[in-house]
Write a protein that binds this ligand. Sequence first.
Ligand SMILES: O=c1ccn([C@@H]2O[C@H](COP(=O)(O)O)[C@@H](O)[C@H]2O)c(=O)[nH]1
Length: 235
Amino acid sequence: MTARRTRLIVALDTKDTAQAARWRDQTAASADAVKLGLEFTYACGLDAVRQVAGPRSLFLDLKLHDIPNTVASAIGSLAATRPAMLTIHAMGGAAMIAAARQAVDRAFPPEARPLLLAVTVLTSMDADALHGIGIADDPCRQVLRLGALAMESGADGLVCSPREIAPLRDRLGGRAVLVVPGIRPEGAAMGDQKRVMTPAEASRAGADWIVVGRPITTAADPAAAAAAVAAELAG
Ligand SMILES: O=c1ccn([C@@H]2O[C@H](COP(=O)(O)O)[C@@H](O)[C@H]2O)c(=O)[nH]1
């Protein structure tokens, strides 16, 4: 059996195309893919998404969450950005996830089809935050419930915190691609993240991909910070 290699996605969270391109180039030797999300896309537009991603693998993290017809149509509008992965919210429910699945299969040819990833519980939420929106279960139970629903409804994988990797692997085995933000190298500022682990811990737990933003992009030397994360993953 070949060992799973955890790969690094660097989150280019900025409103500035030139800055995003700079971070992309500074981290190119260490990162396997770039993430562009809400901040960049709303500020700079879809043409800029395609331009900044260039030949790099693109994790387009727009977390679609709407009625099924709207999500399906939006996915059609995103096809020109040629993402390798795109995100929807599992909280949209089975019908929305199934509509997203059909839209991905319609909008992309098989050889260019992105992985459809369902965001389970945002890594910035803890049990108190879930209670605040009326969910009595702790984050792990909620992630397991939404994760199973999303995979049954046609998702290729899940976005979860590192703390849920092992329970999800127990429940779903290796069939779900697990993309994992909420990564903080030893000593890094938490910011708004609540459910975190280090890159090495997430890799040992079985992450397919980790997503790292500010610990790299706010470092004095982003290239060195990305290289340090990649070195942790290499073990
Ligand atoms: O639950 C989620 C889903 C997505 N994200 C995204 O990952 C990065 C993490 O950035 P950091 O600066 O390393 O905190 C960011 O782009 C989020 O939008 C997430 O953090 N949690």
